[in-house]
Design a protein. Structure first.
Length: 133
């Protein structure tokens, strides 16, 4: 890559730096405002390419879809936390609500079998437990 005279212009003062090329700007230096950017011959992140039989654009589309869904999932998680906080604020036990949510996902017959097994084991060690489902 060849450099020309315009590459060394200082936009702030519209003067030309005649000292030649300068070192890379350090941390905190606003190189974009100075018109100096990194030299990069590699494709930008936004450019997808087909490499080794892999369709880059299609792969990128899958990745971006998953990223969007993960963002939505995080937002839904925050909404669920707010609902639990609201329930707790009105006096409900969130631990019990979570248990009910878990039980509602299980088929009724499987819940009954699990409850019978729990009752049997607790009786075997001398504990009383009854739960009608």
């Amino acid at each position: 890559m060849s450099l020309n005279h315009d590459d060394f212009k200082d936009e702030k003062h519209n003067e030309t730096n005649t000292d030649g090329p300068t070192e890379s700007p350090g941390i905190g230096h606003n190189s974009e405002a100075m018109g100096i950017g990194p030299i990069d011959d590699e494709p930008k992140e936004s450019e997808a390419q087909d490499v080794g039989g892999v369709a880059g654009a299609r792969l990128k589309s899958f990745i971006e879809r998953v990223e969007r869904l993960e963002e939505e999932k995080a937002a839904l998680g925050e909404d669920i936390k707010e609902v639990f906080a609201e329930a707790k604020g009105t006096g409900f036990c969130t631990k019990t609500i979570r248990k009910i949510l878990k039980l509602r996902k299980i088929d009724l017959e499987k819940r009954r079998e699990a409850d019978e097994m729990l009752n049997l084991y607790m009786s075997a060690i001398g504990m009383q437990y009854t739960m009608d489902v």
